[in-house]
Design a protein around this ligand. Structure first.
Ligand code: HAM
Length: 428
């Protein structure tokens, strides 16, 4: 039996899991401030949700999906991203009929892509994302971008850069597509196999190719910004003016195309600029996808959103040496000296204090008194409660503050009250 976790996956334990919980909590709170509510969609979907949503010609669909037939012979895929599933859920839940529009949701969970493992790139990775469906107001693009930037600000990450572009509307994209085909066709023989077929099916994908990235024709390729029609230009200008109004700095990069097919108009990424970030510097990506819901057979519904990689967010924290307050401390540790009666009383005390939300533990290894005190120290207990045969007989415990080393005798009946007070009025 192979005991290591499958390539591209990782176990999260103790402090690491605590760090994730802390971050997830902060992100949830931030999303609530922006009035986004949580959505939880399945981890697997029918394969066509991603084939049609993310796009047949993308690397994700062509090379990276975990797809299998289930026992009922259905083609199932572990979700490689969250947006397509949200669009599917939006249609199924008839959310277009809801009174409050746009529908603003956030999600958080594992995604799966069969990629080469490296730092910041895993096969099971985790995304935190938001989607706003039902509005084509450029102010909602700006809101989503502001929320994305707010995440890093909230965690104290400074070394980031927001890059934006516009992919325009259908009309602009058609003209750009034609120009791309004309531009790349003379080089057909020099492009990789994938790009040769991409050139016919979806030439925008050629710009996103990881193999031909250094081909000289790439740099001179027609830029979408030069093909935007007036409406698309105006839309982009409005998004930028809202960002300006919020003092959010950005760089316009006409080569930003994103790796998924559903985008139009606004596209953006946040890059980590701290030293140490290599090729996996994209912390977050998103954009507008006005055609996705309709493409799934739903009503015409504009949408915009983003997703960030949790693993990369944590790398950014590490690169900037940011320590988040995730200390694991105990309120109290109960040290016992004695056999059955003492143990039984200790269990009772533990149980009643836990009901009052006191974070407390005891020894379960049969350790001696000294070793129990050492354990209390190691576990950073604020107080130690000593319970021995003598104390039990007298109906008391010794309560010792580990900070001041002060010790007082407290009647068992008063212990909860005294300890809660000593802990600074810990709320019930
Ligand atoms: P994406 O650019 O494919 O967009 O992924 C978003 C983020 O997920 C990336 O910027 C990166 O931080 C993280 N990520 C992607 N693949 C991996 C991996 N193999 N290992 C670790 N992290 C990874 C989307 O997925 C879109 N659904 C975003 C979106 C939402 N657009 C609109 N709404």
């Amino acid at each position: 039996m192979r005991l290591e976790s499958p390539r591209g996956t990782k176990d999260l334990l103790f402090d690491e899991a605590r760090l994730w919980q802390y971050i997830e909590n902060e992100l949830r709170q931030l999303c609530e401030t922006y009035h986004y509510g949580e959505i939880r969609t399945p981890i697997f979907e029918h394969t066509e949700v991603f084939q049609r949503g993310v796009g047949e010609t993308t690397d994700i669909v062509q090379k990276e999906m975990y797809t299998f037939l289930d026992r009922g012979n259905r083609s199932i895929t572990l979700r490689p991203e969250g947006t397509a599933g949200v669009a599917r859920a939006y249609i199924e839940g008839k959310l277009h009929g809801a009174v409050n529009q746009p529908i603003k949701v956030y999600y958080n969970g594992p995604m799966f892509r069969y990629e080469r493992q490296q730092e910041g790139r895993r096969r099971q990775f985790h995304q935190f994302g938001v989607e706003a469906l039902g509005s084509e107001d450029p102010a909602i693009d700006a809101e989503v971008i502001a929320l994305a930037m707010g995440i890093y600000e909230r965690l104290g990450i400074n070394e980031i850069e927001l890059v934006i572009n516009s992919l325009g509307d259908l009309d602009s994209r058609k003209r750009h597509r034609k120009a791309l085909i004309e531009h790349f066709t003379p080089y057909t023989d020099e492009l990789c196999d994938d790009c040769r077929s991409r050139l016919q099916q979806n030439p925008l994908r050629v710009l996103d190719c990881k193999v031909d990235i250094d081909h000289p024709a790439m740099e001179a390729a027609p830029k979408i910004l030069d093909y935007l029609n007036d409406e698309s230009k105006e839309y982009f200008e409005k998004v930028k003016s809202y960002l300006d109004a919020m003092n959010i700095p950005y760089i316009v990069d006409a080569t930003l195309v994103r790796g998924l097919d559903y985008y139009n108009h606004t596209a953006f990424e946040i890059m980590g600029t701290a030293e140490g970030f290599g090729a996996q510097a994209t912390l977050l990506g998103g954009g507008r996808y006005d055609g996705l819901v309709e493409q799934f057979g739903g009503p015409r519904t504009p949408g915009v959103g983003f997703a960030l990689g949790m693993e990369r967010l944590i790398l950014a924290l590490q690169h900037e040496e940011i320590e988040l307050p995730i200390e694991d401390e105990l309120d109290a540790f109960i040290v016992t000296i004695g056999e059955d009666n003492v143990q039984k009383e200790a269990v009772r005390v533990l149980h009643s204090l836990r009901k009052e939300k006191v974070k407390i533990d005891k020894d379960y290894q049969g350790r001696g008194v000294k070793a129990q005190f050492r354990a209390a120290d190691r576990l950073k207990a604020k107080f130690v409660i000593v319970l021995g045969e003598n104390e039990l007989e007298k109906g008391v415990v010794q309560l010792r503050s580990m900070a001041t080393r002060d010790e007082q005798e407290v009647p068992l009946a008063d212990l909860t009250k005294v300890l809660l007070k000593a802990l600074g009025g810990k709320s019930k």
